[in-house]
Design a protein around this ligand. Structure first.
Ligand code: A2P
Length: 353
């Protein structure tokens, strides 16, 4: 790991008067709205915020720091005078417009998958591998939501005891598929409760009171879907373990905006659950929720709208007779640590130099 661990906090930003102009590309989307809220709640030092989206949203007004900002249509001329551009409008838009933003002098923090595996583009979780970034980076990639949430939980364990294998099952929220999928979950649930028929148009399967294998396309050769392959590749990259064996099954569940994951971690040597609990408790961006007596462990409803990632159910994996494996349950807000918060933390790290 490129890990000189350091706490990233708004207080680390120098208040020297040189506040940047920030643009959000995809400001009207599920992540875009959270980016605005993170910039506001973390008191990000900017001199001006520009909101960019498609022509459909141009003219719409969105509140920021007590003002109504007008959404502008994204064009090739949008980045004049922009210092930091936060992209969250999908990979196609990023591929086209991120290089244009960089050529106009902006640093791009990209939430899409477009550049995550480019050797020249760092893929960063600030609590895990901040040293992967340098002052020369035009584009910095924000990881897949599962990879970001999982690696922030694994980092303190991996620093103490090298991780040598992962087995993962995810329970992923609607938000990962965007604002339209969140609305489809609400509409499908309302229809089911009213006893009405509902035909999904955003996700491929019935979503109310149901779950299904992640909607990303399945690679016929490996049998893994695109989401699973992204998590494997990005987790290896963030932890700087290019050969790490990872098995994973990604499932979409009817939760609005927090992803959960059951993770079994094999270490180089046996690790006591008590030590793992202490490492998680002291870990940056983490909160231990592991109350065995009360049967109270991480839940989506308790992390929604919160910055920290919850970790609990830490126990020995009885399926590994060697004793080197622990099982844990990790839950994080997909729109925050899985997307907007991590991007804003990257921007804070950029500003801190
Ligand atoms: P718009 O609302 O104008 O369509 P989500 O991930 O929640 O679906 O959001 C996607 C975001 O990407 C929205 O802000 C959306 O804007 C934006 N977007 C989609 N297509 C374009 C485009 N062609 N140009 C600019 N922004 C786009």
């Amino acid at each position: 790991m490129n890990d000189q661990p350091r706490e990233i906090s708004p207080a680390a930003i120098p208040a020297d008067g040189s506040a940047p102009v920030v643009a959000i590309v995809g400001a009207t989307g599920a992540v875009g709205v959270e980016l605005m809220q993170c910039l506001e709640s973390r008191n990000f030092p900017l001199s001006r915020l520009r909101l960019l989206a498609s022509a459909r949203s141009a003219g719409q007004r969105l509140p920021f720091r007590g003002e109504d900002l007008v959404v502008e249509e994204l064009t090739e001329d949008s980045f004049e005078g922009v210092d930091i551009a936060l992209f969250s409008a999908g990979a196609t838009i990023s591929r086209k417009f991120a290089p244009i933003a960089v050529a106009a002098g902006a640093r791009v923090i990209d939430n899409s998958s477009a550049f995550r595996m480019d050797a020249d583009v760092p893929l960063v979780v600030p609590e895990v591998n901040p040293a992967a970034m340098s002052a020369q980076d035009g584009i910095i990639a924000n990881p897949n939501c599962v990879a970001a949430i999982m690696t922030v939980a694994l980092a303190p364990l991996h620093r103490a005891h090298p991780v040598r294998r992962l087995q993962v099952a995810t329970y992923q929220a609607a938000s990962g598929a965007g604002a339209a999928a969140m609305q489809e979950l609400r509409d499908a649930t309302a229809a089911a409760l009213a006893g009405e028929a509902f035909t999904p148009t955003v996700l491929p399967h019935p979503y109310a009171f149901n779950l299904f294998s992640h909607n990303a396309e399945v690679d016929p050769e490996s049998g893994y879907n695109g989401e699973e392959l992204k998590v494997i590749a990005e987790t290896r990259r963030i932890l700087d373990l290019p050969e790490l064996p990872v098995g994973i099954t990604c499932i979409r569940v009817p939760v609005l905006r927090a992803h959960a994951m059951a993770v079994t971690v094999e270490f180089d040597e046996p690790v006591a659950p008590e030590e793992a609990r202490a490492l998680i408790e002291a870990g940056a961006g983490l909160r231990l929720v592991d109350d065995v007596a009360a049967n109270h462990f991480p839940m989506p409803c308790e992390v929604t709208g919160r910055e920290e990632v919850l970790v609990g159910r830490i126990r020995r994996d009885l399926g590994d007779p060697s004793g080197r494996s622990l099982s844990l349950f990790i839950v994080g807000d997909q729109l925050l640590k899985g997307a907007a918060l991590n991007a804003v933390q990257i921007a804070e790290t950029v500003l801190a130099g």
